[in-house]
Ligand binder design. Structure first.
Ligand code: SF4
Length: 461
């Protein structure tokens, strides 16, 4: 992927993008702040959310098996997918098995992560996005730049132009109601004709085998109830142990996400039920790098994320560059810590540096992910993985020198002698290579004639 600094430079030149972003993130941020202060035990809720997620990760093996048994007992079928390709193959097989050359989709970051639409297209199956913003992007060959507001970088005139070119020829109005109506007319027939629906999931309940999707438009409920077959792709970290745990997350999520007191649509389904909803349910449990993240003691907290996007809306870096600069379906602070871990730090070494470390993301995160801590942890890993051999050798030598008092004292004495030719007017202004790269942009104070240690020794004597 293109490094963040290069990609950000391109995005920063887009004035329209920055205006749209500022308007949207300012509005959501203010709404969130208002509704969060209404909850007297908000901090306790955050602690509870964090504790539940820690418990899930500590016992993930048990909860996954419990979830599998519960789904199958309720008439569903569970598939295990180690990679994106495995998960995509399951969806394609199910669609083919039912003679479907078209599926309707609920907005889902997980399916974007695994490139499901492209994989289905390669198998001759057309995947139709039914979320309003996702539909806009799909029609225009664009991709998401925000977790919850995927088309945040588009304004209504641009959307009207996309619709006029594709699903609503001749549409002149850019009124939001008219645009929504145009998409409704286009999608309604597709919902009714679809034989297979595909969803991600916000939560899976180990105790009952229930799957939960929250959304704002109702398109998700159409996808999960109208087609006779439903395939749900669930990242393995999305489990909650008990049904009652939803009480915590269904308070944390909407307030943190869109500044609403509750989600307009909360859909829950457990297996299949005669005469109600899909007749066949498949749940794909997706790893795709998550167990590698779990193995990292510091980095694993990124798996607590409930994709609320609050960290994006307060991030001074995201609010200027937008999501595309992150080169992943996970933008902003959560993307900066999740993408390098899911893909491997060598694939995205610049992302942990896409932050000012101001800590605003940690302050708003509903499950208290210490994003700055993980960023620093990953920066160290990125340096380990990408620094040239000479730099690593130099750092190892420095660590050895700093590791022993006598070695350190000897190095200071040596340094005082070696620096003499380079001291000009009381500063070290130009050092020889490779240290010249440092002094090209800054100068240094020389080592003092007397160190604290030598002063101390003399005083004691
Ligand atoms: S890291 Fe926290 S604030 Fe950011 S999207 Fe995830 S849950 Fe929300």
């Amino acid at each position: 992927m293109t490094g963040f600094p290069e990609a950000a430079r391109v995005e920063l030149a887009n004035v329209q993008l920055r205006t749209n972003l500022r308007n949207a993130t300012d509005t959501i941020r203010a709404k969130r702040a208002r509704v969060v202060t209404e909850v007297p035990d908000w901090e306790e809720l955050r602690e509870a959310g964090k504790a539940i997620k820690q418990d899930v990760l500590a016992h993930l093996d048990e909860y996954l098996l419990q979830f599998e048994s519960a789904v199958e007992a309720a008439g569903g079928c569970v598939h295990w997918a180690a990679t994106a390709a495995d998960a995509n193959a399951v969806v394609a097989d199910v669609a083919r098995g039912h003679g479907a050359d078209e599926v309707v989709k609920v907005k889902s970051l997980t399916t974007d992560e695994i490139g499901l639409n492209d994989a289905l297209a390669a198998a001759g199956i057309n995947a139709i996005e039914t979320d309003f913003a996702e539909l806009i992007l799909q029609l225009d060959g664009d991709w998401s730049s925000h977790i919850l507001v995927p088309a945040i970088h588009r304004n209504r005139r641009e959307i009207r132009d996309v619709f006029a070119r594709t699903i609503a020829p001749g549409i002149a109005s850019d009124d939001p109601q008219d645009l929504a109506e145009a998409s409704r007319v286009y999608l309604r027939d597709r919902f009714l004709a679809a034989r297979v629906g595909v969803s991600g999931a916000n939560f899976g309940i180990a105790e009952t085998g229930t799957v939960c999707v929250v959304e704002s438009e109702g398109n998700g409920r159409m996808c999960t109830t109208l087609p006779p077959v439903l395939v749900t792709i669930l990242g393995i970290e999305k489990l909650l142990p008990r049904f009652s745990d939803l009480e915590v997350f269904l308070q944390l999520l909407p307030r943190s996400a869109t500044g609403e007191r509750m989600n307009p649509y909360t859909s829950l389904w457990t297996g299949v039920t005669d005469g109600d909803g899909p007749e066949e349910l498949h749940v794909v449990l997706l790893d795709n790098g998550r167990t590698r993240v779990l193995a990292d003691r510091v980095g694993r907290q990124a798996l607590h994320c409930i994709r609320c996007s609050a960290c994006l809306n307060v991030c001074p870096v995201y609010s200027r560059t937008g999501g595309h600069a992150y080169g992943s379906v996970y933008p902003g602070p959560i993307g900066a810590i999740l993408t390098p871990q899911l893909r491997g730090i060598e694939q995205a070494p610049s992302l942990p540096f896409a932050s000012s470390l101001c800590g605003a993301c940690y302050e708003v995160c509903p499950v208290k992910i210490d994003i700055p801590q993980v960023l620093l942890h990953l920066r160290a890993k990125a340096v380990q993985a990408t620094a040239p051999r000479s730099e690593r050798t130099l750092m190892a030598a420095a660590a050895w020198v700093f590791g022993g008092p006598s070695r350190f004292a000897f190095a200071q004495r040596l340094g005082r002698v070696a620096q003499r030719p380079f001291v000009r007017t009381g500063r070290l202004r130009r050092l020889p290579p490779p240290l010249s790269r440092w002094t090209r942009t800054r100068d240094l104070k020389p080592l003092p004639a007397q160190t604290f240690r030598s002063w101390w020794k003399r005083e004691r004597r």
